[in-house]
Design a protein around this ligand. Structure first.
Ligand code: ZN
Length: 398
């Protein structure tokens, strides 16, 4: 079975002693993964193309003559200390589905491609889905090339170092024209499927990506001596921050959303100084756009009462996958196939926003843990994912 062989091939690439993966864009590990992808394409006699952002496409058939085609695949890069499944499961399953179709003697009426989107996690340059954002024009080439990593290396320098020409980077209409539909299979990054009937919930069809946003919160205080200032005389910005963090939690609970304050800056930042300023960042998401907005409003009210400010840094509305395509997938897979929204971003979301008919398949994750070495999916479930993808591609490419 080609799935097991490919899975074993990828297992050691970029694996740290923690068991987690460090596969960042345009590094030696990334190069190894790209070489692997190219090898899989060539071994199957597929046409290998690299687009204007370095995303890799392996075509069975000629998308320019007989397209647009059906595209499956995902990404091979990882977050810091990421799991084995997020990304690679989609790429390996795509090649395995192609093998299953060929083994069964299937002759596609349309070209089929496996894609490896580069730099999906944004672990090195800070912008997620850089590969799909650049080719769809959601991010300009200038902005992408100027992004820097933790060592101050720009993306332009990293590309040059990897033997690519930064000046070719940009929106790629030729590549976009070749995509008739995109179906991204991905490990589930929550435990919705694990909570359903075990018999019918190994694979779900994606419906949408939750609306999400980021806000910067500034809370004022007055610096003073930690030993000589009476508690009653203090204006402690950290106390305000604590109230805000707790409010974010209770508002999210009330609204059925999720809210996270994972980044904090404190001034002056001394152990023995009362904080004069705290900056924190709020990430809020949820299935219901209005509920997310209401959660943030509740937080804003507390921030304003404490004399602080709240500024929106980004907001993305609900990204809906193509309803017709999702319906077609469900028909092909069976009416009891669960339908699932997700709070995580994906290249599929970027393509959907750009107008490409896009759908997703999620494979059950028994613990729901992701972006961690503990991320997992049972082998049987992975193989059911391959079967589902095979069924879907057979349907779409007939
Ligand atoms: Zn992913």
């Amino acid at each position: 079975m080609s799935f097991d062989r490919m899975w074993a091939d990828l297992a050691p690439v970029g694996r740290a002693t923690t068991g987690g993966y460090r596969r960042y864009a345009w590094t030696a590990e990334d190069h190894t993964l790209r070489e692997w992808f190219a090898g899989e394409a060539v071994a199957r006699g597929l046409g290998l193309v690299e687009d204007r952002m370095g995303n890799q496409w392996a075509w069975w058939g000629d998308p320019d003559a007989d397209g647009p085609g059906v595209v499956i695949g995902s990404h091979l890069d990882s977050v810091p200390d990421g799991g084995a499944y997020d990304g690679p499961l989609g790429v390996v399953s795509a090649f395995a589905a192609l093998d299953a179709l060929r083994d069964s003697g299937f002759r596609p009426a349309r070209p089929i491609a496996v894609v490896n989107f580069g730099d999906e996690e944004g672990a090195r340059f800070g912008v997620a889905c850089a590969g799909s954002r650049v080719i769809t024009g959601a991010m300009t080439a200038d902005r992408a090339l100027g992004l820097t990593d933790g060592d101050g290396v720009t993306m332009a320098e990293a590309l040059r170092h990897a033997g690519r020409a930064p000046e070719t980077l940009g929106r790629d209409d030729e590549t976009l024209r070749r995509i008739g539909q995109f179906v991204e299979l991905h490990v589930e990054q929550g435990r919705a499927l694990a909570d359903l009937d075990p018999a019918t919930s190994a694979v779900a069809v994606g419906t949408d990506i939750w609306p999400h946003g980021r806000w910067r919160l500034d809370l004022p205080g007055t610096a003073n001596h930690a030993g000589t200032t009476a508690l009653a005389d203090r204006q402690d910005a950290m106390l305000s921050a604590a109230q805000v963090v707790l409010e974010a939690r209770s508002a999210a609970v009330a609204g059925g959303c999720v809210a996270t304050t994972g980044k904090v800056e404190v001034e002056p930042g001394g152990v023995n100084a009362i904080p004069s300023h705290v900056r924190l960042w709020l990430d809020a998401r949820g299935a219901d756009q209005n509920a997310v907005r209401a959660t943030v409003s509740a937080v804003a009210e507390v921030v304003h009462r404490l004399g602080g400010t709240l500024r929106e840094e980004s907001w993305t509305d609900t990204t809906r996958f193509d309803t017709d395509l999702a319906g077609r997938l469900r028909t092909a897979l069976g009416a009891d196939t669960p339908m699932l929204g997700t709070g995580a971003g994906h290249d599929a979301g970027v393509l959907a926003t750009a107008g490409t008919p896009t759908a997703m398949l999620f494979v059950r994750n028994p613990t729901g843990v992701s972006h961690s070495p503990a991320e997992f999916a049972e082998r049987d479930d992975c193989l059911r994912g391959v079967d589902a993808l095979t069924t879907v591609v057979r349907d779409l490419a007939s």
